[in-house]
Design a protein around this ligand. Structure first.
Ligand code: COA
Length: 328
């Protein structure tokens, strides 16, 4: 019989730009106020890149930290996957830039565009490679600079989005090892809702031109409802598939899009909010980076410990959604 392996998190790292954009800064830019933003979203401030600071810059710093945390060297990494919708260039991939900047061997590298589910999707792919015995140490990064797509005259979107990066090294262990590592993951999509959250310009439909209209188009109310439904459903499915009970889960790390969405998901699941990891207040929504960033900071703050069962869940433009259960 073909031998199968398990994938465990060997190390984590994260990085955010220095520049803070507070609600009070936004008050100077659009007609809004701190109280409205905090009440409707839970966000007080977010980090955004300076001009010239790129997604690969953030990804590089997070990746270096994850490799060091795993007690490995760059040359030990044998595959690089980056979840991002804001690569430095339309091509090549951020993952390819990381190969060179980190000093990795000439290993395979590619980016995954699954909007805010990019990191869970990349982790799922990494786990499949590891499970099949193809790779030993996969660097998985979620990195985005949504500030580069954001229209800072549109008050309905500019309050939400931000920049950041997080990284895991996922490593191989024997199937019979005590540590469970990644237990189960699932991803889903429904393209019916493409225009509920998308970037209208800059792609092949409306390529860059002088009349290029920068910005993220979003039906906020619709996305809110779909997000709560999708994340609650996928967590329930994962529990049903694996046989775990809600009480077995030590923490849920949801995609950080809106504190009210996070609370509504906890409420629908009847899961205690104090066990749901949230740092949206300080970081806003940095797409593929929210989950690995929240995970890494929770580890550093002692909120997540080795052996804990962690449920990740996310949704994003597409619509896409998914979840991943693992033992840390
Ligand atoms: C965007 C979002 C915060 C808006 O909150 P909301 O409670 O749905 O608010 P609405 O869009 O219904 O707007 C309510 C009012 O506030 C106004 N408003 C919108 N943005 C505002 C702002 N930044 N400051 C002040 N008022 C604002 C609206 O114009 C509207 O005014 P009106 O009633 O006079 O028309 C919320 O819908 C949301 O977070 N949706 C999910 C978005 C998301 O997560 N996207 C990323 C997915 S990965």
């Amino acid at each position: 019989m073909t031998k199968l392996y398990k994938a465990v998190v060997a190390g984590t790292g994260s990085f955010v730009p220095n520049k803070k954009l507070t609600n009070f800064d936004l008050e100077q830019m659009v007609e809004t106020n701190d109280e409205w933003i905090v009440t409707r979203t839970g966000i007080s401030e977010r980090r955004i890149t300076e001009a010239g600071e790129t997604t690969s810059d953030l990804a590089f710093e997070a990746a270096k930290r994850a490799i060091a945390d795993a007690n490995l060297q760059a040359e030990d990494i044998d595959l690089i996957i980056v979840g991002t919708v804001t690569p430095d260039y339309p091509f090549p991939a951020v993952a390819c830039q990381l190969q060179e900047r980190l000093g990795c061997k000439e290993v395979g590298s590619f980016d995954v565009n699954a909007t805010c589910v990019g990191f869970i999707t990349a982790l799922q792919i990494a786990e499949m490679y590891i499970k099949a015995g193809k790779h030993q140490h996969v660097l998985v990064v979620g990195a985005d600079t949504l500030s580069k797509l954001t229209n800072y005259t549109d008050r309905s979107t500019c309050i939400l989005f931000s920049d950041g990066a997080g990284a895991f090294v996922l490593s191989r262990t024997e199937e019979n090892a005590e540590h469970k590592g990644v237990i189960y993951s699932s991803i889903h999509s429904n393209g019916e809702h493409v225009e509920a959250l998308y970037v209208p310009h800059g792609g092949s439909k409306h390529p860059y031109s002088e009349s290029y209209e920068k910005g993220i188009a979003m039906d906020g109310r619709k996305i809110f409802k779909l997000a709560v439904q999708a994340m609650s459903k996928t967590v329930k499915e994962t529990l049903a598939e694996t046989g775990y009970k809600q009480d077995d889960i030590d923490s849920i790390i949801p995609h950080q899009a809106n504190q009210r969405i996070i609370e509504a998901v906890a409420n629908q699941l009847d899961y205690p909010l104090e066990k749901v990891i949230s740092n949206i207040k300080y970081f806003g929504n940095n797409s593929s980076a929210t989950i690995p960033l929240a995970f890494d900071l929770a580890v550093k703050e002692g909120k997540i410990k080795r052996g804990d069962l962690i449920m990740h869940t996310a949704f994003g433009g597409g619509l896409v959604w998914g979840s991943l259960l693992m033992q840390y």
